[in-house]
Design a protein around this ligand. Structure first.
Ligand code: FES
Ligand code: FES
Length: 176
């Protein structure tokens, strides 16, 4: 077993975990934070995206032990004082979700994208969210939602050079 200290959504946690335990399973099963979804378990869908020390990661590709000493933010931690995060609000306003399964991961990836690129073009949004798949294929409204959130958030964040995503552009639905 491995001893870990991790701060999740601002709350400190100290646990003993199996070395092979994935962060997504630690969040969902040990902490009960089921807003982080498991869509594929193979690093393809992005439904499990969380922020690890402020940067988006697929939590099915990270061991819980690797989060020792880190700060993790999940979808449960982005609203403040009962008020939705601007990205959450924009997804609601712009109909950026259908079944909602991909939405927590999309929101977390979009928050990271807007921290790095406060004024993204449509293409930058599609590239930035390239690692997140929506099986309902609601990509157009997701892009609109991220643009709307950018307009609300831009004055509060500093411009950083855009970063190339390691993922392919969104737009191709998964067919199982
Ligand atoms: S569950 Fe992690 S990428 Fe799909
Ligand atoms: S809204 Fe259903 S998978 Fe994206």
């Amino acid at each position: 077993m491995v001893d870990i200290h991790v701060t999740v959504n601002g709350a400190p946690h100290h646990d003993e975990v199996e070395p092979r335990l994935l962060l997504v399973h630690y969040l969902r099963e040990s902490l009960g934070l089921t807003g982080t979804h498991v869509g594929c378990d193979t690093s393809q869908c992005g439904a499990c995206t969380v922020l690890l020390d402020g940067k988006s990661v697929k939590s099915c590709t990270v061991l819980a032990a690797q989060a020792d000493g880190a700060e993790v933010t999940t979808i449960e931690g982005v609203a403040s004082g009962g008020v939705m995060h601007p990205v959450q609000n924009a997804f609601h306003q712009e109909h950026g979700l259908q079944c909602g399964f991909c939405t927590p991961g999309m929101v977390m990836a979009a928050i990271d994208l807007l921290q790095r690129t406060p004024h993204p073009t449509d293409e930058q949004i599609r590239i930035g969210l390239g690692g997140n798949l929506c099986r309902c294929t609601g990509y157009h409204n997701i892009v609109k939602a991220v643009k709307a959130a950018a307009e609300k958030m831009a004055p509060a964040v500093a411009e950083e050079p855009p970063r190339q995503s390691i993922h392919t552009p969104i737009g191709v639905p998964i067919v199982h």
